[in-house]
Design a protein around this ligand. Structure first.
Ligand code: DOR
Ligand code: ZN
Length: 338
């Protein structure tokens, strides 16, 4: 008999679903097995008005294939008025801040943090979390480390503002979690599994190129150690970021790794390797429920210790997307969803 585990209401706390045809292709690949996900707002134009957000939410629900699923919506950070925040509050899980130009579709992001402090103050007062892509414009391997002082500043200046350090990639960021009560973080699958060597140490692998870029073995080790030991402030956020194949296999490759359809299976394999399968429930749902005070719909996902052949590509609606681990065999598979 294969070994099995059951996960209750998995949550993906950082997900890119895009729009139009790509949205139709990728949304069911998440809604099938996840009970909810934090939806990123970096569309073109960005999701920075409530009407646009509500319409986007409708399109996500229409694409979700009837699966029980809560899209936890985010607005794209800009200076908002008090009235805009008050109206949006009940419809959003937080507001996502991108430094201008830090990654895909972030040109409309923030240029100077001190110019937007009135909005942070109002968010703090209204209990609206701030989600942050924490990178400077420095040397690519140091961007996250350099941004940590901004986290320090924000967490100190706005002590009641809940701040999520999105997709952390370094041992320094893990250590930062212990410094401020109001900081928590997400980590992706790829940053738990790969280092920069897998991206560019041999033949270049554009499908593993993302922002922040994968770091050193000791960084990955710190991330894995925190995740498999159910760090109380570290949540799973896939940052699954589909791009059409022609935007990845080209000069000027777009940043983003597509992991949504294999994330649960690959995480089970990782936690099993460390003998920590019992901690996967916390990492995949319970910690996020506590941190954000959310109650996702009931969904029981059974995973079995049996091979899962990752497809070479996901295609449909005229789209063609290559996942991480394309064509490889994983050691765990989703065997039932109830
Ligand atoms: O690699 C990334 N891709 N990092 C991000 O922060 C954004 C994402 C995307 O939207 O493609
Ligand atoms: Zn992202």
């Amino acid at each position: 008999m294969p070994r099995e585990i059951q996960l209750r209401s998995p949550l993906d706390m950082h997900l890119h679903l895009r729009d139009e045809e790509m949205l139709k292709l990728v949304t069911p690949l998440t809604t099938e097995t996840f009970a909810g996900a934090v939806i990123m707002p970096n569309l073109v134009p960005p999701v920075d008005h409530l009407e646009r957000l509500l319409a986007y939410r409708e399109r996500i629900m229409a694409a979700s294939d009837g699966h029980r699923f809560d899209p936890l919506m985010t607005l794209f950070f800009r200076n908002y008025t008090e009235q805009e925040l008050a109206e949006a509050r009940d419809h959003i899980i937080g507001i996502k801040l991108y430094p201008a130009g830090a990654t895909t579709n972030s040109e409309a992001g923030v240029k100077a943090i001190d110019a937007v402090e009135p909005t942070f103050r109002m968010m703090e007062e209204m209990g609206i979390p701030l989600l942050v892509h924490g990178e400077t414009h420095g040397f690519v391997m140091d961007r996250e480390k350099e941004f940590l002082e901004s986290y320090d500043y924000l967490a100190t200046k706005f002590p009641k503002l809940k701040i999520t350090m999105e997709h952390i990639t370094t041992a320094d960021a893990v250590a930062m979690l212990d410094k401020h009560e109001n900081l928590r973080a997400t980590v992706t699958l790829q940053h738990l599994v790969i280092t920069l060597d897998d991206v560019a140490g041999g033949m270049l692998d554009p499908h593993l190129f993302c922002k922040p870029i994968a770091k050193r073995p000791e960084d990955r080790e710190a991330l894995v150690n925190a995740a498999v030991n159910a760090h109380p402030k570290l949540m799973f956020g896939s940052d699954s970021a589909p791009h059409p194949i022609e935007k990845k296999e080209c000069c000027g490759c777009a940043a983003g790794v597509f992991t949504a359809p294999l994330a649960l299976a690959r995480l089970a394999q990782l936690f099993d390797k460390y003998g920590k399968l019992d901690n996967l429930q916390a990492f995949i749902s319970d910690t996020a429920q506590q941190q954000y005070q959310v109650s996702p719909p009931e969904k029981i996902v059974t995973l079995s210790n049996e091979p899962f052949q990752v497809p070479e590509a996901y295609t449909g609606y005229g789209q063609h997307v290559i996942p991480m681990h394309a064509g490889e065999s994983l050691e765990w598979t989703v065997s039932k969803v109830q």
